[in-house]
Design a protein around this ligand. Structure first.
Ligand code: ADP
Length: 271
């Protein structure tokens, strides 16, 4: 199977006043395949957010390459197709909501793409149903809770019909209820066939993915299913990442639209 995203020997440094500061990403290579649910984890400042901005060409590597469906993100001509294939949901829902009515907000990206009216109504309807916000369609977004706003922002991305959605710390501003709502939506979208990449510093959230990539000081240091990653309890502790207890993971257990049980591991399985 061809990957959706392929990173090959990616290194990156920010530049301040034309001056390069120390490297943030160091020789990172991995591929993300269609249908995967991947969590990228690491402590604050490890480079996760910088890495995620490479997935749809917001940032470009200084050396190495990022390919989305075989299209190089460095080539400007690929920008439109890459942005269409890989959607991004960011940390602050308020920064992503642009309209004064929920359904207009979800329509925003579609209008820019010139999607015909009938098709637009259908897509808005479907997207709001997936995130369970259909009944709020005529409400002003600023009256909603943080989790509800984030779900509206997700509907806006979903309506664009991307193959992959990247969540960059999208639950970190939310209370535990809001987090749970967004995690349920991620799992639901993944079960619909959308590839999910979630960037988080919370191990309990990473535990819900099918694959975890651990980043430390700009390098990829682990890559595998949660069950395998959590065996490295000592190494993770050294990276200030604690393996979650089963009881903590249970906090996130889904409601009726998904099956969360498959990644719940038992403490006696951990080394
Ligand atoms: P994480 O998402 O893991 O917290 P980031 O990718 O946000 O990590 O940051 C990695 C490093 O890059 C940090 O040292 C941070 O200070 C630096 N950094 C992040 N964004 C910028 C920027 N726009 N300009 C300069 N340095 C930045």
């Amino acid at each position: 199977m061809d990957p959706i995203i392929r990173m090959e020997n990616v290194s990156f440094s920010y530049k301040i006043n034309e001056k390069t500061i120390s490297p943030v990403l160091k020789d990172i290579s991995f591929s993300i395949f269609p249908g995967e649910y991947v969590a990228i984890i690491g402590h604050n400042g490890s480079g996760k957010s910088t890495l995620s901005k490479h997935f749809n060409g917001i940032l470009h590597p200084d050396s190495g390459d990022v390919w989305v469906h075989g299209l190089n993100t460095k080539d400007e001509r690929n920008k439109r197709n890459i942005r269409k294939a890989v959607g991004m949901v960011f940390q602050h829902p308020d920064n992503q909501i642009v309209a004064t009515i929920v359904e207009e907000d979800v329509a925003f990206g579609l209008e820019n793409l010139g999607v015909p009216r009938g098709e637009m109504v259908k897509r808005i309807d479907e997207a709001l149903h997936v995130v369970k916000m259909a009944e709020f369609r005529n409400r002003p977004p600023h009256h909603l809770s943080g989790g509800q706003k984030q779900r509206v922002a997700i509907a806006g991305v979903l309506a664009m019909q991307p193959d992959c959605i990247v969540f960059d710390e999208s639950t970190s501003m939310l209370d535990s209820f809001g987090r749970k709502e967004v995690l349920q939506v991620m799992r639901k979208m993944n079960s619909m066939g959308i590839t999910i990449i979630t960037v988080t510093h919370r191990m309990t959230e990473a535990a819900e993915a099918d694959r975890i990539i651990v980043v430390e000081d700009g390098r990829m240091v682990m890559d595998g299913p949660p069950r395998e990653i959590f065996k490295h309890k000592q190494e993770l502790a050294e990276l200030q990442l604690d393996v979650p207890a089963v009881s903590q993971m249970a906090e996130n257990v889904h409601d009726n639209f998904s099956d969360f049980s498959k990644d719940i591991i038992h403490e006696d399985e951990l080394i």
